[in-house]
Design a protein around this ligand. Structure first.
Ligand code: OAD
Length: 249
């Protein structure tokens, strides 16, 4: 019977051991094993909720309480969750490779809780709110209801990127520069359809970087990636790190 190790190409293990500049791009699938719902697929959030009613500036303007409550519910789900082996394996990779960047589309903060330090949260984070008028950012504790800005009286909104909004230019630039310079890029648990994150792997490929995709199912990147391993991110990433540094496990 084929074991986990047989699914990981030896070339991927070799190139990872030798890597000097690693980028990891993650999506909702990396937090799935922590019990945090993904967006697409059978039980994804976008199956029962319309993004335009919950994740756009217009939705917040129309019904701020509805939007706030939905993010509050997501924040609580995440507070009750714990990082899984995928998050821990990625934190370990950061300690092994000299130049490292973790680019995440996730807003759950689980990478930071697993010990990752260099995290570019390009879609924002659930645990902060930002004033929709003056842009002041505050940490959210347990507040359930809408928060009013102490500086200007404006409505505080979740500090996440909504559909139709631009990403933080500085973070994005950092993500692109690191991907372009990387010799190895891991793309884990993302459907690879939301831009600009979906372009990062091609930046690495364009510069002869090795791109390893890890996902339960094939994605639009699969035909172009150097290798795709189908399986759970927690299992595959854990095994990959073990195979690359066997003496330490
Ligand atoms: P998606 O929900 O689109 O995709 C999750 C991917 O993870 C799918 O390709 C699944 O096959 C895969 N997957 C699920 N469980 C997995 C597991 N245990 N191990 C490995 N793979 C697994 O989530 P994202 O790609 O992150 O944006 O979505 C990108 C963006 O679209 C999100 O950041 C969000 C969403 O709309 C905004 O809200 C702006």
């Amino acid at each position: 019977m084929e074991g986990l190790a047989d699914r990981i190409p030896p070339e991927a293990v070799q190139r990872l051991c030798e890597s000097k500049r690693l980028v990891v791009l993650t999506g909702a699938g990396v937090s799935a094993e922590s019990g945090v719902p993904t967006f697409r697929g059978k039980e994804g959030l976008w199956k029962n909720h319309r993004p335009e009613q919950l994740a756009t500036p217009q939705a917040f303007e129309k019904d701020p309480e509805l939007v706030w409550d939905w993010y509050h519910w997501r924040r609580n789900t995440v507070r009750e969750a714990s990082p899984n082996p995928a998050h821990y394996a990625i934190a370990e990779l950061e300690r092994k490779i000299p130049a490292f960047a973790l680019v995440t589309q996730n807003v759950d903060g689980l990478h930071l809780r697993a010990g990752s330090e260099k995290v570019l949260e390009i879609h924002g984070d659930l645990h902060h709110a930002r004033c929709s008028k003056c842009s002041d950012v505050v940490a959210l504790e347990e507040q359930a209801g809408l928060v009013i800005c102490e500086l200007c009286g404006g409505h505080m909104r979740p500090n996440v990127v909504w559909f139709g909004e631009n990403l933080d230019v500085r973070l994005l630039e950092e993500a692109f520069v690191a991907s372009r310079a990387s010799d190895f890029l891991i793309v884990a648990g993302t459907s690879n359809i939301v831009q600009p994150a979906a372009s990062l792997a091609y930046e690495a490929l364009g510069n002869d970087g090795y791109v390893l995709e890890i996902n339960l199912d094939p994605t639009p990147l699969t035909g172009s990636a150097s290798a795709t391993v189908l399986g759970k991110a927690g299992e595959i990433l854990g095994e990959l790190v073990k195979m690359a540094w066997p003496e330490e496990h």
